[in-house]
Write a protein that binds this ligand. Sequence first.
Ligand code: ADP
Length: 302
Amino acid sequence: MEVLSACDVHKSYGANEVVCGVSFAIEAGECFGLLGPNGAGKTTTLRLCLGLIDPDRGRITLGGSPIPQQARQARLRVGVVPQMDNLDPDFTVEENLLVYGRYFGLRERAIRQRIPALLEFAGLAGRARTRIQTLSGGMKRRLTLARSLVNDPDIVFMDEPTTGLDPQARHLIWERLRELLAQRKTIVLTTHFMEEAERLCGRLLILDRGRIIAQGSPRELIAHHIEPDVVEVYGDGVSGWAERAAGLALRLEKTGETVFCYADDPRALLAALESEHGLRYLHRPANLEDVFLKLTGRELRD
Ligand code: ADP
């Protein structure tokens, strides 16, 4: 069953077209990722899908309802984890959940009944009366996740759910997202962490300058767009070595003092590195980050 679809969606701000003909369809129970450098149009795409802004062109359907015409109704079955935590700092944990639940027309009793399970899920059991100011960044993020579930949504939109978290907090969120997927909830995720997308997303698309430049499962994208082996080489004289080694790898990319070597068969390259005593190297399988950097480039986007 399709829970979200976008067909040839366009959105401009003034002369700047920030979403340029984006199409995709997401099935129930999928974890679908939107990746892209800063300014690629990820957040705008999410906001269009939620009916928070209107497209200039194109069709969007969320939970069977046309967007933006029936956005209000569709959003009753949707949870949102925004990029910035927007918890009310003057309220307690419990009060934040109550206020949020009321937006969905839920009765106070019904919300109160759900609160212990939500807090347990978020690793915040016993914190109902804690004030927001005293929570750590990780706790706030988990509370925002719990809050997005207050209406027991079918589909949860998450805009960079783990940005700013330490590895422990990030792993805990990943664990929880896997539990949601096991409950057949659908997740639409934007992230800058390729490792996060690789671990969680069944399918993803890479956006750049408002356009889809690649899509598929992480494994498909890696197999399709990049050589299977990567050797990262560092150390004094790496530039000179890279010139001598050009024939040993299919592709060499130099950034700063690191050379990334992409190869179908890295044996000759590794053998050559054995005798280079000034250089250090790391041999690893290609990953989604390699694909991302190949397709979107290595220059900074602000
Ligand atoms: P991403 O989430 O991929 O970083 P965004 O969707 O936030 O990208 O932004 C895409 C582009 O649209 C950016 O160039 C941004 O400056 C522009 N943009 C987003 N929202 C607005 C707005 N309300 N008014 C004008 N420009 C906007």
